[in-house]
Write a protein that binds this ligand. Structure first.
Ligand code: NAP
Length: 484
């Protein structure tokens, strides 16, 4: 079995501790490979390498850094098929979504390459004569990048591309469920010409690696995507680092009585059961007007029952496995709770025992405050809540602690605009599902989802400081605020 290594200071190396761990294919529990179970010494080596290379990398003109990112995008495109299959094997999502994961990485590297010719500051006026005022972007320093497993290529790519274009160097700790995707991504960065020490990969556990990165005194920024609990931990432990957090969701789709029900049903199923419900933007609550509840419910159940569960590499499969045993147990637990809280109308059972499969599951007659309507399950479980008015629907949508994505199906313009303004979320879709973000727009949430924006025109804020410059060309001491 292949033993994969860490990548530190431009070299592929074993962990100082000599320990390894394995990653599994969730469709059949076969081992994907062995990886370094690194420790604090490895993190220290990675930080040293990132510090050593910082000056040269941040000094390189941003358009030149952009050219290297463009080469990363080119190589990702050349290897899209191979990497897409790897995503499906290691993470479980069906192949067309695995390819989408890689495409998102291509898109963001291209976008951030272009940012090398922008990285805009601002210019403004001065209170005083013969004085110029403007701002420039400066890098933060060494960044710790900590990522989850659900977009094993795209999420690291979002962070790494933005960190690099801003001139930072970094230590990357991927999820222990998808280390092979991380290794292959870093091989592409290496091949594209990222200089030694700029990107350092350290695989290993949350405790031995993630935690050390979070607390490391010479790491100046942390960019984290993952669960709310880990986000809270990082908030407490990272000290005065610049911290970016992209956390959980409990995303609603409102369906009004004037909506196109077929269109809504299609969007809900894609959003709830695509990626087996394991997207941060997945829909887990349908908030439907009472008048059309029965019709929508029937439509959803009929279609959900036909969805084919299985290995995502096989043709015709629409729903892959959950990521691991813990995720399967969590889903089972919530389904038992759901049986007490609502009415099970679809699924509710394990799929094939070969892998971590669970059927697309739908509960109806769920109340706004029920556990299954409040907690992030992160599996293929959908709750249907019925309401009488749009105001009631928006109140229900806003009743959770999260605020990432949301959607409304309606053909009424007033309903649309009211929802855009009143739903508490970072993203609202009109007549479309809750998933499908595009990389040239900012992505992120409100409330306990965190307040960071990644990608798009705000995507470089997380990875840079805005520094203000005053240039006084009056040849005398001028004082602001009218002081003589
Ligand atoms: P997680 O358990 O929080 O883990 C995420 C990453 O953090 C992994 O690399 C994990 O390492 C590491 N980690 C865990 N505890 C840590 C600690 N105390 N210190 C430092 N690192 C630590 O989340 P997950 O289960 O992988 O991902 C699912 C969650 O991510 C869901 O809540 C989902 O909504 C959220 N998510 C949010 C977005 C968004 O953009 N808002 C996007 C995708 C996913 P190990 O793997 O080694 O344990």
């Amino acid at each position: 079995m292949t033993v994969h290594k860490n990548y530190i200071d431009g070299k592929w190396c074993n962990s100082k501790g000599g320990k390894t761990f394995t990653s599994l294919n969730p469709s059949n529990k076969k081992v994907m490979g062995q990886f370094q179970a690194s420790n604090s010494e490895d993190v220290e080596d990675a930080v040293k390498a990132a510090e050593k290379s910082f000056h040269e990398w941040s000094d390189k003109p941003a358009p030149e850094r952009g050219l290297i990112l463009l080469e990363v995008a080119n190589l990702l495109r050349k290897n899209k098929e191979k990497l897409g299959k790897l995503v499906t094997k290691e993470m479980g999502k069906v192949l067309k979504e695995g390819l989408g994961d890689v495409q998102e990485a291509i898109d963001i590297f291209e976008y951030m390459a272009g940012e090398g010719r922008r990285l805009y500051g601002r210019t403004t006026t001065s209170e005083l004569r013969n004085k110029a005022c403007f701002s420039i972007r400066i890098p933060v320093g060494v960044f710790g990048i900590i990522t989850p497993w659900n977009f094993p290529i795209a999420i690291p790519a979002w962070k790494i591309s933005a960190a690099l274009i801003c001139g930072n160097t970094l230590v990357f700790k991927p999820s222990s469920d998808t280390p092979l995707c991380a290794v292959e991504l870093v091989k592409i960065l290496e091949k594209a010409g990222i200089p030694s020490g700029v990107v350092n990969l350290v695989t290993g556990s949350a405790r031995e690696v993630g935690n050390v990165i979070v607390k490391h005194p010479r790491i100046r920024g942390i960019s984290f995507t993952g669960s709310r609990d880990t986000g809270l931990y990082i908030t407490r432990e990272a000290g005065l680092k610049k911290v970016g957090l992209e956390l959980g969701g409990k995303n609603p789709i409102i369906v009004m009585d004037d909506a196109d029900i077929n269109l809504a049903a299609e969007g809900i199923l894609w959003s709830a059961f695509g990626t087996t419900g394991q997207r941060c933007t997945a829909c887990s609550r349908v908030i439907v007007h009472k008048k059309i509840k029965d019709k929508l419910e029937k439509e959803l159940v009929n279609r959900a029952k036909k969805m084919r569960l299985g290995d995502g590499l096989k043709k015709g499969i629409e729903v892959g496995p959950l990521i691991n045993e813990a995720a399967l147990d969590k889903t089972k637990r919530y389904v038992e709770i759901g049986k007490r809280e609502g009415k099970l109308i679809c699924g509710g059972n394990l799929g094939s025992k070969k892998g971590y499969f669970f059927e697309p599951t739908i509960f109806t007659d769920v109340k706004v405050n029920n556990t299954i309507a409040q907690d992030e399950i992160f599996g293929p479980v959908l709750s249907i809540i019925s309401v009488d008015t749009l105001d009631e629907a928006i109140k229900a949508a806003n009743s959770v602690k999260y605020g990432l994505s949301s959607s409304i199906y309606t053909n009424n313009i007033n309903n649309s605009f009211k929802s855009m303004n009143k739903i508490e979320s970072g993203i609202t879709y009109i007549n479309s599902s809750t998933i499908g973000a595009e990389v040239h727009l900012p992505f992120g949430g409100v409330k306990d989802t965190g307040h960071t924006r990644e990608a798009g025109w705000s995507g470089i804020d997380e990875f840079s400081h805005e520094k203000v410059i005053y240039v006084d060309y009056s040849n005398k001491l001028q004082k602001a605020q009218g002081i003589d």
